[in-house]
Design a protein around this ligand. Sequence first.
Ligand code: SIN
Length: 305
Amino acid sequence: MLTATRPQFTINRIGKHLGAEISGIDLSQELDDDTFARVAEAFFDNEVVFFRNQKLTPAQQVAFTRRFGILEQHVRKESRLAGHPEILIVSNLLDDKGNAIGSQDAGRFWHSDLSYKAEPSMLSALYSVEVPIKDGRILGDTSFASTTAAYAALPEATKQRLQGLKNVHSYRYYRNKNARAQEEELARGGRVIQEHMPTEEQLKTVPDVETPVVRTHPVTKRKGLFLNEAHTSGIAGMPKAEGDALLAELYAHIIKPEFVYCHQWQAGDLLMWDNCAAQHKATFDYDLPQRRLMYRTTVRGTAPF
Ligand code: SIN
């Protein structure tokens, strides 16, 4: 019989607007309801939280994150972990035929996960199995930016301008942008990424969606900017040049250093981010033989309002 544990834990805020370490919790154990509720509260308050030194099986990661809601299965079937379709492998490792074992390019651009879905992801959890290290230096950091703090800091006139605007989130746009980035990397003499590009059939399952530019968080009710350079193809109903100029201005604002927390990984970290309140971006400053292996679970959210 499983006994739920009731640990005391501490929360240590690290970033100015987001990012906190939670210590004193072993996520391989089932948490009692009260502890889970306090963890969830800390998570929504801090937008990004992490737990160091975890030893999680894929099933334990799935069980913990499933307590937040329904888990997604990523549109790229080839990058799902065998036996655990809710886990997306994020890795630079190759199988013995030289093919990527998972998604190698996740996080190339600032984004929030699955923002191109009608019900975009509420939160994601990334568990680090292997972290790249070169000459004693840890590589492959992930940066997070608070879109709620960024919104709060906007001038009143900009907030007025954004009211009622919608933006188009498109997985097809992302696929094309990503393909171009890969070609450019190749042209610069970079390495070939044996990536599974989504097929036309897979793309059809995720048609473009329009969402409010200013989104109200379903739990905290904070307002935040819900647009991102990976998936937003434009501002709905606005001439392209004008929309692109507005987007560029907002993207630059969101990633101002005061809104950003940069996470340096250790193997055994379980880090969760709130996709309704933060965006993230990976750092590709490593290459084989430096190995990076992460498992991601993603909890379904609700339609943005
Ligand atoms: C992601 O964008 O989901 C992954 C980020 C990372 O690998 O650092």
